[in-house]
Unconditional design. Structure first.
Length: 80
């Protein structure tokens, strides 16, 4: 299990972690606020709010692992 989907794209079995595209968007909002004059010390610390579950079914088959239906149903992306 990995924290980022890049590892699953490269052949890993499963990943669960923050949606990096969403984090980049939120970072841009912070940069905009700072460029408009906000002090970085005054901005709140935010934690990720959107997470993604990625499953590599091809790797699961190669390992002989059967994925439970709740995992495949709740997956945001399945790699075949």
């Amino acid at each position: 299990m990995y924290g980022y989907s890049d590892f699953v794209d490269a052949g890993g079995l499963i990943s669960y972690g923050p949606d990096r595209l969403d984090q980049y968007r939120r970072t841009a909002i912070y940069v905009d606020k700072i460029l408009r004059g906000a002090k970085p010390a005054d901005l709140p610390v935010e934690q990720p709010i959107k997470f993604e579950l990625i499953v590599n079914r091809k790797t699961a088959t190669a390992l002989g692992v059967s994925l439970p239906p709740p995992i495949t149903v709740s997956a945001d992306k399945i790699i075949d």
